[in-house]
Design a protein around this ligand. Structure first.
Ligand code: ADP
Length: 391
């Protein structure tokens, strides 16, 4: 009986251990709780930040679900389209897209939702409520929220820039066409004058007239280039499509350049006859640009070599010079408009940096490709390829 009355001796060590374990557990739980609260707070702040940026930004934003329905948009987006925000909710961006841009945009959307790409960008035209056009650069990414996929799109309004570009294109187009007529007549009069002066055997007058003729040719090429650039910019560079022989076009250009630069050696290796489909006049212009550049950027004592060969279903044309070459860092940029490699020592008659831009646009429009290999001090080889007309 005494057993019940006798208090058990307290296991102080055991208690201490248990207390210590509980204390550590308590601290760990508190730390985990604090961590979680911190994460939640950060998440809330980040959501708030996103909401503020999304809704108060001057840039148009929208979020779409997997059915491509617009489930969220900001006021800037509503203003861009000219509709009240609520009227846009639940609709699709294709409802406002200009027909010319629907196909390409839809293809990109498909690739995005299939996760073949994780973002895309394109320039497109939207039709607003009043029927006017709104030009935008579209940036879209796919994101996941609680296991579900959404598309987030930012639309940069470039309508004003497009309108200015349009005015600039119109201006260049009008100016260049206005200049073309007097230039043609000046050129004709100049040639008549050259012929007339021949009778007098006046070396000085002949030299002057040759100088005038050369400058007139330069101006004519410049105006011609401006017309082409304005066509490229307004997407009006429609190639004439006919069947022609590439080798004949190249030979014609070589003959013409031999007349204007009789002291230069131009060799060629053009095997066979290659029929191609496309715009012979524009390809003439490309070969002309490449060959005049090769002449311009190499010493007169060096030769320029032109080759044309067949590579499977492609015709490949290369123009090689042994001139100054192009530094590696400039190689990509020379195909941009108005780009010229700065060479302070160069005595080259400078152009305005449009020839290669126009040439590569022309070749791209005819399903080809233009590229260059070059080594400073050794020379450059510009090549282009075009699909051969299969019989
Ligand atoms: P440009 O009217 O100035 O000749 P292009 O667009 O034809 O304009 O050429 C752009 C630039 O590329 C030239 O200014 C020159 O610096 C460089 N370039 C073009 N072709 C050659 C070449 N064959 N050799 C060296 N540099 C070249």
């Amino acid at each position: 009986m005494g057993n019940y009355d006798t208090p058990l001796p307290l296991d102080y060590d055991g208690l201490k251990k248990t207390y210590e374990t509980l204390r550590v557990k308590c601290e760990q739980t508190e730390a985990a709780l604090n961590e979680r609260l911190k994460v939640e707070e950060e998440l809330r702040e980040s959501r708030e930040r996103f909401e503020t940026i999304f809704h108060q930004s001057n840039v148009a934003h929208k979020i779409i679900n997997r059915d491509l329905d617009i489930i969220e948009l900001n006021e800037a987006m509503a203003q861009l389209l000219g509709y009240p925000l609520n009227e846009i909710l639940g609709t699709k961006i294709m409802d406002y897209t200009h027909p010319d841009f629907k196909g390409y945009w839809q293809d990109l959307q498909i690739a995005l939702w299939k996760e073949e790409v994780n973002q895309f960008q394109l320039e497109a035209c939207l039709i607003t409520k009043d029927g006017s056009q709104a030009w935008v650069i579209v940036h879209t990414i796919l994101f996941k929220d609680q296991g579900e996929k959404f598309g987030y799109t930012l639309l940069e309004d470039i309508t004003t820039r497009k309108q200015l570009e349009h005015h600039k294109d119109e201006f260049i187009s009008v100016i260049s066409h206005e200049l073309k007529t007097p230039m043609t007549s000046l050129k004709a009069q100049c040639q008549l004058m050259v012929r007339h002066l021949k009778k007098y055997e006046d070396a000085y007058a002949d030299k002057m007239m040759a100088g005038i003729d050369k400058q007139l040719n330069r101006l004519t090429r410049f105006i011609h280039n401006l017309v082409l650039v304005s066509k490229i910019d307004s997407s009006k560079l429609q190639p004439e499509v006919n069947n022609y022989h590439l080798n004949e076009v190249i030979s014609e250009v070589i003959e013409e350049i031999r007349l204007t630069a009789p002291k230069r050696t131009i060799t060629s290796d053009i095997t066979g006859s290659l029929p191609v489909k496309g715009d012979a006049d524009k390809i003439y212009q490309v070969v002309y640009n490449l060959l005049t550049n090769a002449i311009k950027f190499s010493e007169s004592s060096t030769a320029v070599h032109v080759t044309m060969k067949r590579q499977q279903s492609l015709a490949v044309v290369c123009i090689q010079d042994h001139g100054q070459g192009i530094p590696k860092e400039n190689l990509e940029k020379i195909f941009e408009r108005f780009y010229k490699v700065e060479t302070p020592s160069s005595s080259v008659e400078s152009g305005i940096g449009l020839g290669l831009f126009i040439s590569s646009e022309i070749i791209n429009h005819q399903n080809g490709r233009l590229w260059v290999e070059s080594e400073p001090g050794k020379g450059s080889t510009f090549c282009f390829r075009l699909p051969i007309l299969e019989d």
